[in-house]
Design a binder for this molecule. Structure first.
Ligand code: IMP
Length: 387
């Protein structure tokens, strides 16, 4: 059985966490899109590491991890991640595979991106690399194997070389045919999708469920479950419309409680209430059949918790995403908050009544079962509602 795990909103929903839990039962973990614009902070023994390219599933001894052709790779970052994992004693032999067809982020791409193109990119060269790919002038990892490179690039490529696979699709399809269980991990969030997000304030790849098939070269018929991850509130980094954005003390309090700073750029994330029309739209284009709600514990201690249920747009109330989300005014439903520390809660019935009502409202509005709620940063801080 294959599953896709994706972020439903603007990224940073805590997908790494869900991938980590699901990886326990997976044979293969496949990253399909994006590049060093993503990042998960992980704890390995006593060391904190950030992985931007290699799936966090690599930390389970039984998984095999793939960087598929839909990705864009920065040689120096990938070489560094390989070295860091090796130094920590993580065995990568026959466990890490990198597609020769993935495109390579060059220094000129990073230079072009250094101004952030006016939309607040992560400046990692991701957009310019994808642009070059679309222009058919980019280089794939495999193209570098027969090219004269600078000493530094040669050194990095030598570290990566043992893990390069001619074409991930053959191997992945053969494993899927044999009944192996795969997780396809989408980077960023669906509302940053280049075709379906808040263009032009988007990333340059397909971040929605369909992107798993194009990025990895597998049929949609393989996918049995699509898990959409959403935080209990909303954050966004970079520019772009954000109707439910809040500021001032309330935003600072939430940002502090949720440690909402970018893991790649360290930028303070913009903060807002959960936007349910946005979430519902996102689950529709993804075909999400299970939701994971993260960071519910961060909402403890607020007198009132709000969610957006519709917008006022051109003097009309609507729950359809308007063409220009930047002028949509949110219409809120307000809930009384809860004060209890819920980080130790493992059962829905032990949640404070007000938290329960909040979760049930989200589930009813979106019309998709919430199968997992995270209530703290520890691996076991989870309310598991499904199997
Ligand atoms: P780029 O992907 O670096 O080109 O940035 C394009 C937009 O996507 C910017 O608004 C970034 O802040 C946003 N973005 C890219 N990667 C992530 C991510 O992993 N989490 C959240 N936002 C991201």
């Amino acid at each position: 059985m294959s599953i896709i795990i994706l972020g439903e909103c603007f990224g940073d929903e805590g997908k790494g966490r869900v991938v980590d839990v699901a990886s326990e039962l997976a044979d293969l973990v496949v990253r399909v899109n994006g590049g060093t614009n993503a990042g998960h902070t992980l704890q390995v023994k006593d060391t904190k590491i950030i992985l931007r390219l290699i799936p966090s599933g690599i930390l389970w001894e039984h998984t095999r991890c793939y960087l598929a052709q839909g990705m864009v790779l920065d040689l120096s970052v990938l070489a560094q991640e390989i070295k860091t994992l090796q130094d920590l004693g993580v065995d990568l032999e026959r466990r890490l595979y990198v597609s020769a067809n993935a495109h390579v982020i060059l220094s000129e791409h990073k230079e072009q991106d250094s101004g952030g193109s006016g939309i607040g990119t992560t400046k990692k060269g991701v957009g310019p690399c994808y642009a070059a790919k679309m222009n058919r002038v980019s280089l794939r990892l495999g193209d570098l194997l027969n090219k004269k490179l600078s000493p530094k690039d040669t050194e990095n490529l030598n570290i990566i070389k043992p893990y390069i696979l001619n074409n991930c699709s053959y191997v992945l399809n053969s494993h899927l045919k044999n009944g192996e269980r795969a997780i396809f991990e989408m980077a960023q969030g669906s509302c940053l999708d280049v075709d379906h997000g808040t263009y032009p304030y988007v990333t340059s790849s397909n971040t929605i469920a369909g992107g798993a098939c194009t990025g990895a070269g597998i049929s949609p018929l393989h996918i049995k479950l699509i898990i959409g991850v959403t935080k209990a509130y909303l954050t966004r980094v970079g520019d772009g419309p954000f109707p439910t954005e809040i500021d001032g003390d309330l935003a600072n309090q939430l940002r502090g409680a949720g440690n909402e700073y970018g893991s790649v750029t360290k930028r303070p994330r913009r903060i807002g209430w959960l936007d349910l029309p946005l979430l519902k739209y996102s689950t529709m284009i993804n075909g999400t059949n299970l939701l994971a709600l993260t960071k519910l514990d961060v909402l403890s201690g607020f007198d009132e918790v709000k969610v957006c249920t519709a917008y006022e747009y051109n003097d009309v109330e609507t729950d359809i995403l308007p063409f220009d989300l930047s002028v949509a005014k949110p219409i809120y439903e307000s809930f009384p908050g809860w004060n209890e520390d819920i980080t130790g809660v493992r059962n829905m019935r032990d949640l404070p009544e007000n938290a329960k009502k909040y979760v049930e409202f989200i589930e009813d509005f979106v019309g998709i079962e919430i199968g997992m709620i995270s209530v703290g940063p520890e691996r076991e801080s989870i309310i598991d509602l499904s199997d």
